[in-house]
Design a protein around this ligand. Structure first.
Ligand code: ARG
Length: 572
């Protein structure tokens, strides 16, 4: 059996046809349409200049060097149009590649990130506010990217850049002291902090300005390190992180560090010095700015007229600290797309300061509800906690309807665990199946979809393959070869072989949706294979080969779901 890499075979064909030329690695990519064959190569177009020949002639000469049939990996190779090479592979070669895939602990996912560090800055909520459905996107998309990059072998630092510093703390401290009851102060929750902020911010708008000045004075005290104010601020942060962590635990999200904006506060003056030295900053109306008009990016304020620093200064301090601490190959920021200008300005300044680290902003479309931006003012704020609780409630109803038993009894711990896996899976997948760039108008039924292109559909496909394999214990793992005979078997096989490339593409484009789409397609191909091909009733050799293919599908699906942060329970 010839298990040679078909890309290598094709490259050798080019070299034989045009001796003495140095060809770059040649790519045989999965065909975009099965009617063209299984794989296609468009590289002859690229070589036209090098060889001074029409691409079609080049493609034909290379193809003439390729053997087909016999023990060649190719069953058929053809040239189409201006010079596309379309290849159909042999069933034997395909079976061999499936064997390689099954034997690979990474399931074909290239370890292209080995030895490289990447910082992923995501979730990053503001302290003293409850997490709502608007926060789910940064958390879920960021966590999927985190997992995908780890899957590719990158050393990932998942960094939660909390909004834990700024004017809101003056307002909060003043409100805490004067607007909360003793009981609320004793049992401080994020909900109470939020209420305290709303009340205090309203008073800060009063005409006489007395409240506003008092808030401002608290902020100055905090910034100057007043022990009482600092202790209060710490308490607000600890309580906030405690709440956020409760949400992260449910969602299976873990951070390596929680360096919020406050962490960088002492480093701000050094940022201004660096800007000054590089000749990048200039005074303007009492403030200090970096003029980026020449780059079409307007003006970035780095010190306000009241002497305070702002978001850009803080991010500049942060990048410097990350570069020193981690020497990352790149830093990825996942935030909503309203921050695009901020990141463009900040990246441009980094470039001018000479930072070599690749900086990437992954902007996602805003989540709205009822067509309106989510805000307390609009009164359309759904707490993340409530969303997750509703997701579990709906999933539990389904889990219980499947389990025969007393419907009025308390749900068992097993049922609850399963309902959480399904409910949270539904919420995550509903988000991840969209291109991050698209805006989402929140809709309970869509966010909690349990059918169609949904998380639970994929979980169900996984559970079904597990239950099939359980009917033939040990058979799929027994030594033996794969075999590919029917068209639906072949389509599934070709699809499984794409997995590693898809994971790499999802990372390259910062789009977990590429992986989500792939998993959905794969589950559909599996389902058509399953419907068209008897498995347990087949004769022993076919049965064993098909069980192996089923098991491989189950592994790819479970791994793909894991890279999206979605559980793959073995029963539903
Ligand atoms: N806390 C910010 C917000 O809620 C997001 C921070 C993103 N990270 C960063 N380094 N700027 O919008």
């Amino acid at each position: 059996m010839n298990t040679k890499n078909i890309d290598v075979e094709l490259r050798e064909a080019f070299e034989k046809a045009f001796p003495g030329n140095d060809f770059p690695p040649i790519a045989l990519l999965p065909a975009t349409d099965a009617k063209f064959g299984d794989y296609q190569c468009n590289d002859a177009m690229k070589f036209a200049k090098l060889l001074h020949l029409p691409p079609r002639k080049i493609a034909e000469a290379a193809v003439a060097q390729l053997a087909t049939g016999g023990d060649s990996p190719f069953a058929k190779v053809e040239v189409a149009g201006p010079g596309f090479i379309n290849a159909t592979v042999s069933a034997d070669w395909l079976a061999g590649r499936l064997g390689d895939l099954a034997a690979d602990g990474f399931l074909g996912v290239p370890q292209s990130g080995a030895g490289k560090k990447v910082v992923i800055d995501y979730s990053s909520p503001n302290a003293a506010k409850q997490m709502h459905i608007g926060h789910i996107r940064s958390t879920v998309i960021g966590n999927a990217l985190d997992r995908i990059f780890r899957g590719l072998g990158y050393d990932v630092v998942a960094d939660n850049h909390l909004g834990d510093w700024g004017t809101q703390f003056g307002i909060l401290i003043k409100g805490y002291r004067e607007l909360l009851t003793q009981d609320e102060r004793d049992h401080l929750t994020v909900a109470n902090l939020e209420k305290c902020y709303v009340l205090s911010a309203a008073r800060a708008k009063e005409e006489d300005g007395v409240w506003k000045d008092a808030c401002r004075a608290e902020l100055v005290k905090l910034q100057q390190g007043d022990p009482d104010d600092v202790a209060l601020w710490k308490r607000f942060i600890d309580i906030s992180i405690g709440e956020f962590d409760r949400m992260y635990a449910k969602l299976g999200v873990k951070f390596d560090t929680y360096r919020g904006e406050s962490y960088y506060n002492d480093m701000m003056p050094a940022v201004l010095e660096r800007l000054e030295k590089a000749g990048l900053s200039e005074p303007s109306e009492g403030a200090l700015i970096v003029n980026l008009e020449g780059d079409g990016l307007g003006v970035a304020i780095v010190r306000k007229s009241d002497g305070g620093f702002n978001y850009t200064t803080s991010d500049l301090a942060c990048v410097d600290s990350r570069v020193k601490d981690y020497a990352p190959e790149r830093i990825v920021y996942v935030t909503d797309d309203r921050q695009q200008l901020h990141f463009k300005q900040f990246f441009k300044i980094c470039e001018k300061l000479g930072y070599a680290t690749k900086l990437v902003h992954v902007p996602f479309g805003l989540m709205s509800y009822g067509g309106k931006a989510i805000s307390t003012r609009e009164g359309n704020l759904i707490r993340l906690d409530d969303l997750l609780a509703e997701a579990v409630r709906r999933a539990l109803a389904i889990v219980r309807s499947r389990d025969a038993g007393d419907a009025s009894a308390e749900p068992t711990p097993g049922q609850i665990e399963l309902a959480e896996q399904i409910g949270f899976g539904a919420v995550k997948y509903a988000d991840l199946s969209h291109d991050p760039g698209t805006a989402i108008d929140f809709n309970w039924d869509k966010a909690l979809a349990l059918e169609g292109n949904s998380g639970p559909y994929l979980q169900y496909a996984h559970a079904r393959v597990c239950s099939l394999l359980a009917k033939a214990p040990g058979e799929a793992e027994a030594p033996g070869a794969f075999a590919v005979s029917t068209p639906s078997e072949k389509q599934l096989a070709l699809q499984l072989l794409k997995f590693g490339g898809v994971v790499a593409r999802a990372a390259d484009n910062y789009k977990p949706s590429i992986l989500a789409d792939y998993l959905f397609q794969t589950a559909q191909l599996y389902s058509s294979f399953y419907q068209n091909s008897p498995i347990l009733k087949s004769e022993p050799a076919v049965r064993a080969a098909r069980l192996r293919l089923c098991a491989l599908f189950g592994r790819v699906l479970a791994k793909g779901l894991d890279l999206l942060g979605i559980a793959a329970p073995s029963r539903i």
